[in-house]
Ligand binder design. Structure first.
Ligand SMILES: [Zn+2]
Ligand SMILES: [Zn+2]
Length: 72
């Protein structure tokens, strides 16, 4: 019941290409980087999305990617 992030649950892998041409790696949901914020708390008044931080192993660039939640 409820919606969940397909990336957090390992259902899909999202591929992001960095501006430098390298493939960025999924460093996990951004909520983890702001300890006090629960993703479920945020969902009560925000869009049902999960934000993931992608990091480029080549140049170190970081990008926040919004992932729509899906009914699982
Ligand atoms: Zn997620
Ligand atoms: Zn890069």
């Amino acid at each position: 019941m409820g919606r969940a992030c397909p990336l957090c649950n390992g259902l899909t892998k999202r591929r992001e290409v960095c501006a430098c041409g390298a493939m960025m790696e999924d460093a996990g949901p951004v909520a983890d980087y702001y300890g006090s914020y629960s993703p479920y708390f945020n969902l009560s008044f925000e869009e049902p999305v999960c934000r993931h931080l992608f990091r480029c192993p080549a140049c170190g660039r970081e990008e926040c990617v919004t992932v729509p939640l899906q009914n699982l």
